[in-house]
Design a protein around this ligand. Structure first.
Ligand SMILES: Cc1cc2nc3c(=O)[nH]c(=O)nc-3n(C[C@H](O)[C@H](O)[C@H](O)COP(=O)(O)OP(=O)(O)OC[C@H]3O[C@@H](n4cnc5c(N)ncnc54)[C@H](O)[C@@H]3O)c2cc1C
Length: 410
């Protein structure tokens, strides 16, 4: 069976690795020319995503991944805009989840796909030939035919758009800004407040700041320094600021580096954030600061992959584009890939017809997509709610009480 995968991001590479390992004929096409020269900060892989990965890559790749991944041990923190602690997330001591640089994950997966990964190949469309055989089209090369075509081409997927007859997601109403700040660049007070944990601060009038801590060198999930290949080489905060979309926040998207960083600090300051909480942004590496729009598919599983099963399908963000607010988009793409691989294994064993296998895979993907979107949209809705007059008043009134309660608990 010959499978062509459009998109060599996280889901497409995971699938390509798994298909190759199981002896399928596979090619993965990505428009990028270098898998390491890609955007991205850290990716969270929960226990289910790691189990799925183990099905698709060799044990040595998994070991190298875990030697480069951080296992978070401290409970997440929730702060208000003054930096006061409002509460803590659940105990993480039994949690299998790890955080890893997106670049590291992608490079390792690309290695597992080997020469079945074709870089610098921009796909211009998909269709079927006169006999109904699916094909991948290129602007600058002849079409390639396959038994199955899989669109793993991300949020703006042309494969999923072809199948659905239109976009599969829309803007979620939030603009995100991300950046990296070295822990050593912060004042001792902020270092202590932020600690070695992730956290979220939400203020009135639609301003929120997620802070992720990454230090795979000091806290690797697998203590094997000789296998380490993390891009992050020292204690680093990877942060994501969120604002509701508006003409004003939209205009920030045109700014770059230091100018964007300064404008962001200004937006938080206008909303009454304490000066010390903005150190994280003000001392970020200016080259790391970037803006992006959150897109989201429907939270209703039944709305996802709204096409009859056939020999062209899609997975990951192409189907269930998910804002990063739950840290589950990449894990879900990996789990999609593992599920498709399992169902295609049934075809290879002669037990299932290909279209039936795709139908079963898509049913599971709809459930998974609905679950992660529901979680991710909770934070999006919370941020949007604080932007209403009532929401702003409620946030301003309740956060001091929550902060006082948190102080008493300590
Ligand atoms: C640059 C970038 C940075 C990201 N950073 C983060 C992050 O820091 N944290 C986080 O949680 N999530 C991040 N994400 C999102 C996260 O990677 C995805 O949510 C998740 O991996 C889902 O994986 P996917 O395989 O469905 O899509 P993606 O990982 O987005 O991969 C899609 C791939 O398809 C390729 N592609 C698209 N169209 C075409 C075409 N026409 N022809 C050929 N190739 C095509 C793209 O080059 C890309 O490699 C990032 C995504 C990207 C693209």
């Amino acid at each position: 069976m010959r499978v062509l995968v459009v998109g060599g991001g996280i889901g497409g590479l995971a699938l390509g690795a798994g298909l190759r390992r199981r002896g399928f004929e596979v090619a993965v096409f990505d428009r990028d020319t270098d898998v390491a020269a890609t955007g991205g900060y850290h990716i969270t892989l929960d226990g289910r995503a790691q189990s799925a990965l183990r099905e698709m890559v060799a044990p040595q790749i998994m070991r190298r991944l875990l030697a480069s991944a951080l296992r978070l041990r401290d409970r997440d923190a929730f702060w208000d805009r003054r930096g006061r602690l409002l509460g803590r997330g659940p105990d993480l001591s039994g949690d299998a989840g790890v955080d890893v640089d997106r670049v590291t994950l992608r490079v390792l997966l690309a290695e597992a796909v080997g020469d079945d990964l074709r870089l610098g190949r921009t796909v211009s469309g998909v269709d079927r030939d006169g006999d109904g055989v699916p094909r991948v089209l290129f602007a600058d090369a002849a079409p390639a035919s396959a038994d199955l075509v899989v669109g793993a081409d991300g949020t703006h997927s042309l494969v999923a758009r072809h199948l659905a007859g239109g976009p599969t997601n829309s803007p979620a109403g939030i603009i995100g800004f991300s950046g990296r700040t070295l822990r050593e660049d912060l004042s001792p007070g902020e270092r202590q407040r932020l600690g070695t944990r992730s956290g979220l601060a939400v203020g009135p009038r639609g301003a929120a700041l997620y802070v992720g801590f990454l230090d795979p060198v000091g806290n690797a999930a697998l203590d094997a320094p000789e296998l380490r290949m993390s891009v992050t080489t020292g204690p680093t905060y990877i942060w994501g600021a969120m604002f509701p979309e508006s003409a004003v926040t939209d205009s920030l998207r045109g700014l770059r580096q230091g100018a964007l960083r300064a404008a962001l600090v200004g937006r938080f300051r206008e909303r009454g954030w304490a000066e010390h909480t903005l150190e994280l942004l003000a001392r970020a590496d200016p080259h790391s600061v970037a803006a992006y729009r959150f897109n989201a598919a429907s939270t209703r599983a039944a709305d996802l992959a709204p096409w009859p099963a056939g020999r062209i399908t899609a997975l990951g963000d192409a189907v269930h584009a998910t804002p990063p607010t739950a840290g589950m988009g990449a894990g879900a793409a990996i789990r999609d890939a593992a599920a498709l691989l399992r169902h295609l294994g049934d075809v290879a064993d002669g037990g299932t017809a290909p279209v039936e296998a795709v139908a079963r895979f898509e049913a599971g993907m709809r459930r998974r997509g609905g679950e992660i979107l529901t979680l991710a949209m909770r934070t999006v809705r919370l941020v949007l709610a604080t932007d209403t007059a009532l929401g702003a008043a409620a946030t301003a009134a309740t956060t001091p009480l929550l902060a006082a309660a948190a102080r008493l608990r300590r």
